[in-house]
Design a protein around this ligand. Structure first.
Ligand SMILES: NC(=O)c1ccc[n+]([C@@H]2O[C@H](COP(=O)([O-])OP(=O)(O)OC[C@H]3O[C@@H](n4cnc5c(N)ncnc54)[C@H](O)[C@@H]3O)[C@@H](O)[C@H]2O)c1
Length: 254
């Protein structure tokens, strides 16, 4: 699908990989709605790219429905959905004091990363399925953002890995389900990227993480993620696939 002139939604568009994706889509001529629970940052990015900020919580059905409606009024119905919003977490299942990890922590991460992504996707897919097909037969395309932790999660990453493996596992059935509506679905599983999340770590830790990447031995740039996200939109034969973007990184146990 050509990006020029399309209406696009980017969750997590206020920061990091989502922000880079929103900026790239806008540069390529899309009208971009920045969906994020951080209203202030979303407004900053939207103002920069001539888009619209739609503050919402991806885990909340009514909040997302309102954001999609706001985006559609501003830009017309969306044919591109980039699900990038997510949170990290690390918690050992048996804690230092011998107690069990709190169940709420696991549920919170799965609720945002997996169920929140499904929530936005189902509302987008229903609306997109009602649109006329484009000249090439396509109606829409959506992206999930997993992580290499879906496959090689580290100590303490049970919740995060489970949520991201859920996205990887959902990719093919979602693509098969939406094939009848001509909507494609792909997932990117990023390795280690230089986003605000990562940049909060001490410089020495960032360097040692970067050195663990075979090639290139540096953190990924958010623009490199955005480039692949946009390629998924334009390459009509990419569907139902999970693509690692990680410089050949395979995470060690810790
Ligand atoms: N940075 C990395 O190295 C890396 C690696 C692998 C996967 N990822 C994944 O990429 C995605 C983006 O990561 P990032 O590093 O850019 O993080 P980030 O913290 O910079 O950005 C995440 C954005 O998501 C938003 N968000 C979080 N929960 C939300 C909710 N419930 N509703 C609406 N918005 C919400 C935040 O407000 C924030 O703007 C995440 O899903 C993350 O798990 C990142």
């Amino acid at each position: 699908m050509q990006i020029q002139g399309q209406s696009a939604l980017v969750t997590g568009g206020a920061s990091g990989l989502g922000e880079a994706t929103a900026r790239a889509l806008a540069r390529l001529g899309a009208r971009v709605a920045v969906l994020d629970r951080n209203a202030e940052q979303a407004a900053r990015v939207a103002a920069d790219i001539g888009g619209v900020a739609c503050a919402c919580d991806i885990t909340d059905a009514a909040s997302v429905a309102a954001a999609l409606e706001q985006a559609a009024v501003a830009h017309g119905p969306a044919r591109i959905l980039m699900n990038v919003a997510g949170i990290g977490s690390a918690k050992r299942i048996v804690q230092r004091d011998g107690s069990a990890a709190p169940l709420e922590d696991f549920a919170r991460v799965v609720n945002i990363n997996l169920i929140g992504t499904y929530n936005v996707s189902r509302l987008f897919a229903a609306a997109c399925s009602r649109l006329e097909a484009l000249d090439n037969g396509e109606r829409g395309v959506m992206l999930f953002t997993a992580s290499v932790a879906a496959f090689d999660g580290q100590v303490g990453q049970q919740a995060y890995s489970a949520s991201k493996a859920g996205l990887a596992g959902m990719t093919l059935p979602m693509a098969r389900d939406l094939a009848q509506h001509a909507i494609r679905v792909c997932t990117i599983a990023p390795g280690l990227f230089a986003t605000p999340l990562m940049q909060e770590l001490p410089e020495a830790v960032q360097q040692s993480l970067a050195a663990s990447i075979p090639f290139p031995p540096r953190l990924g740039r958010p623009e490199e993620f955005a480039e692949l996200a946009c390629h998924i939109v334009t390459n009509g034969h990419l569907n139902g696939e999970v693509i690692r973007l990680d410089g050949a990184l395979r995470m060690a146990p810790r």
